[in-house]
Design a protein around this ligand. Structure first.
Ligand code: ADP
Ligand code: MG
Ligand code: MG
Length: 199
């Protein structure tokens, strides 16, 4: 079973990974965006980390809903409301249980990803975070390491795609040949989940 400590580790590991990779995320957002994805997420996940320390929510659901709220209130770009919705929806689906199973987490994350798709209107293949999140959720039944691999593959597979949503879509065919920054950060989020599972 996955307890509050697991979810705290997941968010902390994400914050650390976003800190380490901020420059790369911003560099990816430079040819097909406005070069702020790394700093957007760094600001957001730093706020998440601080709030989790201060408010110390003690259920998986409360941890993710607080994290989602903080992302929405601190990240100005498109990714803030989208990641905020992902975590809030996932947290809401987990309810107020003190521990959840991997199956429950997989189901809740699926609801979260559906929330992202409803809010942003993106489907798989549109060259967005959805291209990493959907394969990750699909693979989660095979374990956290499988989900991490699927998310990384999904992110890499955005390179040849033409963007149909978000800022990158304004570039039309010129968005082809660049890996999507949001799909890349989604792969970091899922890798942090696997890291949390390793203890
Ligand atoms: P902004 O584009 O507002 O500067 P960010 O740079 O933080 O925001 O985030 C850009 C990322 O957000 C993109 O790489 C993409 O993955 C994701 N994104 C943008 N619009 C959408 C959307 N409608 N649906 C899903 N993801 C989106
Ligand atoms: Mg941007
Ligand atoms: Mg921006």
């Amino acid at each position: 079973m996955l307890d509050a400590d697991f979810f705290r580790r997941w968010m902390t590991a994400t914050a650390a990974s976003v800190d380490r990779e901020a420059e790369r995320l911003t560099a990816l957002d430079s040819p097909i965006g406005d070069a702020d994805h790394g700093s957007n997420l760094q600001r957001g996940f730093t706020a998440v980390r601080v709030s989790l320390e201060k408010e110390a929510p003690n259920t998986p659901g409360a941890i993710l809903t607080l994290a989602g709220r903080r992302l929405i209130s601190t990240v100005g770009g498109a990714s803030g409301p989208l990641y905020g919705t992902l975590l809030r929806r996932t947290g809401k689906a987990l309810g107020d249980a003190s521990e959840v199973s991997e199956e429950q987490l997989a189901e809740a994350l699926r609801a979260g990803v559906e929330g992202v798709m409803t809010l942003g209107g993106a489907a798989p293949g549109d060259k967005t975070m959805v291209d990493a999140l959907v394969p990750a959720v699909d693979a989660l039944g095979d374990g956290f390491a499988a989900a991490r691999g699927a998310a990384e593959q999904g992110a890499e597979a955005t390179t040849p795609l033409q963007a149909r949503k978000g800022r990158a879509s304004y570039l039309g065919e010129r968005s082809i040949g660049h890996q999507d920054p949001g799909a890349t950060s989604s792969a970091l989020l899922i890798a942090a989940l696997a890291e949390a599972a390793e203890g």
